[in-house]
Design a protein around this ligand. Structure first.
Ligand code: ZN
Length: 133
């Protein structure tokens, strides 16, 4: 196995790497970039496609919605119980700012989860070992 391949699938998913070789990055730019949404068409290491079919990532919107609901719930409960239930505008501002700040992460992880769970590619250590050496 190549040294820079992530050994576990959850680790590769967290690192936003290719689901088949665990090496090639899914995204072209860092999350803190205006181009945070730009993906490679295919893996640079093993040539696994990152768009199995047209419109594949529409399903990622539901996962992204799940992230948004989780942020709402955590912020709401935190403000209510730890900050003594402040005025409504505090909830609105905190949720708005946090949602804005986490948009690149929610976008990228919802797409990565879509690719890992529904993209049909399984980890193949031989792919990671063969390519690039
Ligand atoms: Zn790959």
């Amino acid at each position: 196995m190549a040294d820079d391949a992530y050994k576990s699938t959850p680790a590769a998913l967290l690192a936003l790497r290719c689901p088949r070789c665990h090496r090639g990055p899914l995204f072209k730019y860092p999350a803190a970039s205006w181009h945070f949404s730009d993906m490679y068409d295919a893996c640079a290491v093993c040539e696994q496609t990152f768009e199995p079919e047209p419109g594949f990532y529409y399903g990622a919107m539901y996962l992204s919605f799940g992230f948004a609901v989780a942020i709402f719930a955590v912020v709401g409960l935190t403000l209510n119980y730890l900050a003594g239930d402040p005025d409504t505008w505090v909830y609105v501002v905190v949720i708005f700012v946090l949602s804005l700040l986490t948009t690149p992460l929610a976008f990228r992880y919802s797409r990565a989860m879509m690719l890992y769970f529904f993209g049909g590619a399984r980890y193949d250590p031989k792919r990671a070992a063969r390519a690039g050496h």
